[in-house]
Design a protein around this ligand. Sequence first.
Ligand code: BGC
Length: 764
Amino acid sequence: MRNVNKLIEEMTLEEKAGLCSGLDFWHTKPVERLGVPSIMMTDGPHGLRKQAETADHMGLNQSVPATCFPSGSCLACSFDPSLLKEVGRALGKECKAQGVSILLGPAANVKRSPLCGRNFEYYSEDPELSSELAAAYIEGVQSEGIGTSLKHYAANNMETRRMTMNEIIDERTLREIYLASFENAVKKSQPWTVMCAYNRINGDFCSENGHVLTDVLKKEWGHEGFVVSDWGAVNDRPSALAAGLELEMPYSGGENDKKIIEAVKSGKLPQSVLDGAVERILKIVFLAAENRDENAVCDYEENGRLARRAASECAVLLKNEDDILPLKKKGTVGVFGAFAKEPRYQGGGSSHINPVRVADPLESLRNMAGPETQVLYAQGYALDAKDGTFSNRPFQSNADTPDEKLIAEAVEIASKVDVAVIYAGLPESYESEGYDRKHLAIPAGQVRLITEVCAVQKNVVVVLSNGAPIEMPWLGGVKGVLECYLGGEAFGEAAADLLFGAVNPSGRLAETFPKRLCDNPSYLNFPGSSKEVEYREGIFVGYRYYDKKEMEPLFPFGFGLSYTDFEFTGMTADKTEMDDTEKLTVRVTVKNVGKTAGKEVVQLYVSDEESNVIRPLKELKGFAKLSLQPGEEKTAEFILDKRAFAYYDEKHHDWTVESGTFRIAAGKSSQELLLGQTVFVKSTASFRQQYDMNTTLEELLRDPNAAEMSKTLLKMLGEGMGISLEQDSGISEMFKASPLRQVVMFSQGRISEKKIREMLASMR
Ligand code: BGC
């Protein structure tokens, strides 16, 4: 590694300012005189979009062929960090073979609303799942000596006016949900770069948000790499530099470099800030250069096989009535839907890549069905719907006109076959970077096709391709639903593998599918007004909201079926009492009690049984995917530390645990918890004990350190009145709400303020 500090001494102000913005669309600037090389970065995240010629950040112009892996929302359903790591490693190899040093991904924004046009790139509504998966992806890519760019930091949760929108988010929500989704990815895997988002948070553009970029990311989480702007996300260059944004992308025409130079010369921007930024950039540039390998080659066939395996590991079996799946390899199968021939397998915008090869779903299904099965096909709906591509207006969910002729052809076949398989979902025009959806409907032509086929055929399976939740008014009429999300180039093969049982489905939903759009917690405040959006639902995002509201979703977070059955046979925890500096080891044992090999995802949720702050009913704090042969039993181990029990305390700007009993529950989904036990966790936070004369007796009772004091005071109060306040009763409830200053008054001289202050002091 070059001596970066010495190099900085040798660089001119102009060279330093120049290094802080791109050379062109995809490269950093070299400083040839000093031997500083230029490095290339490209999108990301689910494949390489290396543009050979005309560059753009909208995914418009052609890029070199690359393996198209499943998109983020799909990969997340694997609930399997080891798979994300494998995919990351394969992506790293492709980057290396293509001379790309940094891959612009993963994308770890939380899914606040199912409407966000870019949800297909994001992982989950849950920050724990999202950041663990992002960490694994980063680890995989970087193990090949290729950097990543964790994006879009932070709170880029919608596409509507994303370049200017101000997101109003309270500190606790920001910490517990939106920043938490990036936190472990940074702390565990040190992405070489973090990409700041376009939007503003609480007034400041992310590119100028010193709190988010420096206080949290660099100082608190210890990020060592540099921050790169999303393409064009810089508002005021010197302010951005001061806030902690080192590299502006793409090339800014030199304008912003000049502004940096002027700001340093005029003393508005300390030289040390610029030097610090240059140091961070140079370290990564040299790291990248050291890892370059002109002779690197990549095995695209192997990556293609991984893309297929990944897609099959991620698909979620949502319904399987009468064990309609797996299909038998005999009889007649009617296959319907244009997506069976022209699959939808990736999302639109900057992540849109040029796949090496795309599997034909119908062909793959035919191959898998074997010689004893007759497979018939009808298109069923037009891909380019008539009367405009689609309606993205609220309340008028769908204006596509069904094609009667195509539907009639399909119905004719459907009435004669043993089983109908319909490929349906969202066309690319429905969801993309750059805009949000306005409704959860799939095109009307597809809905009609499903309904009409169901009218003549009782065995219907729907195979879905979509980047985000849809509504399913037809669900009751079909026997099987296989949610494949955007499964990448091998989606067609993976779907065939799953439909015929060559692979047992093991994906679990990484987000809730609501019954109706208006059930979603962000509904009243999405996408907000023309300039601002308030995150009024606070921490109640996804299942945290549906749980608390006791609102039944279409499919809950964590849900997914299998062709085999699993039993949760045991749970142990190594402690029943601990303080918050200790760690709790929880073990959960699962047995495959069915006849087929399969994988179960053990999900571990933690609930605070009683709390002074408003908390979700439960939160995911661990997950593990176990592969089990029939009859086999395995144990998953989880280590829970303070954060598993903590909430973000806005008053003290820190994570804190309230002393008390916590429930640890393990299950198959957020709504199917099968085993549980409790642990008493004692807080060590000193500030919890800073009580005053306005602290209530009830608050003291909840704190194990103060409970005795509260009981003593209640006893003394009761004695004065000739009643017992120690037993639970309406009157004791009333007294428990009294602040200590009232205790002095109600005691009529029996308890002095001095005495109370002494008791408080002795407790500390
Ligand atoms: C997107 C980023 C992408 C960049 C470069 C931006 O419009 O938001 O995700 O990495 O373009 O293409």
